[in-house]
Design a protein around this ligand. Sequence first.
Ligand code: 0RQ
Length: 503
Amino acid sequence: SEDRILHPGLRARLMSAEQAAALIQPGETVAMSGFTGSGYPKAVPQALAAHIDRAHARGEDFRINLLTGASTAPELDGALAQVDGLAMRMPFQSDPNARKRINAGKLDYLDIHLSHVAQHVWFGFYNAIDTAVVEVSAILEDGSLVPTTSVGNNKTWLDLAKKVVIEVNRWQLPEMLGMHDIYYGTALPPERKPIPMVRGDERIGQTTLRCDPAKVAAVVLTDAPDRNSPFNPIDDDSRRIAGHLIEFLKHEVARGRLPANLLPLQSGVGNIPNAVLAGLADSGFRGLEAYTEVIQDGMLDLLQSGVLRYASCTGFALSPDANEEFRRNLDFYRSRIILRTQEISNHPEMVRRLGCIGMNGMIEADLYGNINSTHVMGSSIMNGIGGSGDFARNGFLSAFLSNSTAKGGSISSIVPMVSHVDHTEHDVAVIVTEQGLADLRGLSPKQRARQVIAHCAHPDYRDALQDYFERACRDSYGKHTPHLLPEALSWHQRWLDTGTMKA
Ligand code: 0RQ
């Protein structure tokens, strides 16, 4: 602890995770660090889960409201959901236990644009934050904190929480000091100023997080790694999706609509976006930039090969192997990776100014280009909208990617009407499946439907989509965005009733 906690007053607040967890009271709103499996507190959430479990065994009510940056890991979301310790969760999760409770109607979940979270807390839209639990790699002499592998909303949590619990994780590398850019220039309307950044690799803030030592109630030492699952090996369909998108980007360069090194890329997490990154490695592109939320394995490879010049993000989602690679070659990555607060990594002002190219996964798309990123059969949450909307609406171009079918071909990812809408037809430029790419820019709804059916639908479902569209064009109440209302969601109902969308 000597070299990691340089502030004597804070060293005096060292205690066990159990003691720190006991400071959190039932009903509190607790804001924790963590973004896509990186930089989340590793010990206090598990100790809190045990504490809650004992309270429940005694017949006491004990649940908290939990905010984070984005998803975390089994030690946080998993542990707290397992013991029924959560009353409300926001703004994003991807944990199987939490998901199960949310979809059983036992846990309230608010699925929020990731750029909105910090400002909404500042606006006072949500409960006041009772406790912040934030992982750092070191506490400096002046009490400022060295962030770890994600920044997320930590600045806001530390600024606004009534009390603060700090986990100093000795597994995290203190040599990451200098990679973060914490911007303290955000103000509330009507006092807001332009964000003073015109290139994605600029630094506009400071390298550490401020924290009032008087608010720090506990400091806990930990020694555990970030945990992320390895990616699946890239399959043929993902490779095809990546191929279609990269061919499209080259076409845009050839037509003079994009510069030769494109514009800053945003990439969602998941196997398909990872395949796109892998595809970019041998695409011939050079000097690419990434202004994104999450750095996953493929981005490290692109940095290594020099295809990518830099990556700006707010967190990592690395497989165990990629994590080791990052730690071994930290000196190389230090000058090429910037970690920002998520209000800046996802800021509409920055995404619009830089002209980001958004590339995100989807659950389903409809004929007219509306996208469902979050809900299976319109009602069962998968993960959440995350940052996809921040980039889809404000970027230069927005692409949504998916296989054309799901669940062994029993589901068409292209449907007459999406069963839930996250990204409207107004925010979607291209849709890509392994079948092909539909370029929806400048097209009317009916023109879009023809493109989506021809280029994205799986052959097993193409005729049925065409048939629906033709009958809708003939019989719909209005002919602008033709629909047959009793049939529009019948594919979903058929799957629920019979296990397949096929008639
Ligand atoms: O579920 O594992 O139970 O079978 O969805 O699907 O094909 O593995 O694809 O990992 O890329 O995830 C939209 C969920 C896609 C993701 C989504 C089922 C499928 C499987 C996963 P099973 P795949 P991916 C940056 C940006 C929103 C957040 C975001 C996502 C599971 O991309 O969460 O973009 N996006 N953040 O079976 C029923 C369909 C389906 C379907 C797929 N049509 N119907 N189930 N599935 N299509 C990151 C952050 O913001 C933090």
